[in-house]
Design a binder for this molecule. Sequence first.
Ligand code: G3H
Ligand code: 13P
Ligand code: ZN
Length: 327
Amino acid sequence: MVSYKELGFSNTKKMFKIALEREFAIPGYNINNLEQLQAIIIGCGESESPVIIQISQGARVYANQTMLRYLGQGGVEMAKENGYSIPIALHLDHGNSFELAKSCIDSGFSSVMFDGSHLEYEENIAITRKVVEYAHERDVTVEAELGVLAGIEEHVKSDVHEYTDPDQVEDFVTRTECDSLAIAIGTSHGAYKFKVEKVDDIPELRFDILQEVRKRLGKFPIVLHGSSSVLKEYVSIINQYGGNLEKAFGIPEEQLRKATQYGVSKINIDTDGRLVFTAIIRKILAENPKEFDPRKYLGPARQELIEMIKRKNDIVLGSAGQAKYIK
Ligand code: G3H
Ligand code: 13P
Ligand code: ZN
């Protein structure tokens, strides 16, 4: 057993407090490998942004849970070595059981999500509450979820889109004592978020629901999952170099920026990073058919991801330059 404090991670308490005060969102970036982690540390370090490094169950299976924890710890050390002074949380993304959350807490995570959004309301409350009790005794923060996101991620499946009911949020937060709440207002996981033909047809997020939730909860951290914008420049590169991602659309950046003004304090981004990596690797391999050194394509993909992260932190999340307020 190891506490995240010994590893140099931060929980999300102070991050969210400042994010709410200053109306920006903390980025929740997912990792599965070394290069993604390096890009997140460098991108957030250079833009002086706090960051939540997210590890999904799929990532645990892909990269090995122990490996990922040490990778996260390596990220903290690398940040120090590079002279970055940013708070870094290590977070379980979409945990589906108390046992999984406990195992992450015991191995050094500073934050965990229990996603009981598919469960019946009372069962969601009961398990979230159990996770919160275990976590809070160890000063670990807990994200919970109410309302179901549509999506096609491997471990995050749902065909239905059930918006969060604002009438439930106060009762849910009071009874679970969770530290942040993910809500469903029209975002979804993956690269195909809307069944539309063109960008102009993308519907607005349900800001009415967000505002109602805000009214009920006051200044409480709200989380938006499924918030990649499915950046069209990378979709185009992928399609140009042999890929086939048709009608892939995401959440317009202006809408995400607007959401931070209504209490959205964490924005989750995974798909956009995946698109960047795939686009650069496809392009380099197509243009250099003799290349077989992974550093020659993973290195540029990492660099492009660094640029994407810096840009998002700056103009979408507003988290750039905010690390100094979180001490
Ligand atoms: O919320 C889902 C994340 O994008 C993680 O996806 O389960 O494929 O690792 P994954
Ligand atoms: P995207 O698929 O939109 O990147 O969402 C990621 C996410 O919500 C991780 O929990
Ligand atoms: Zn998610």
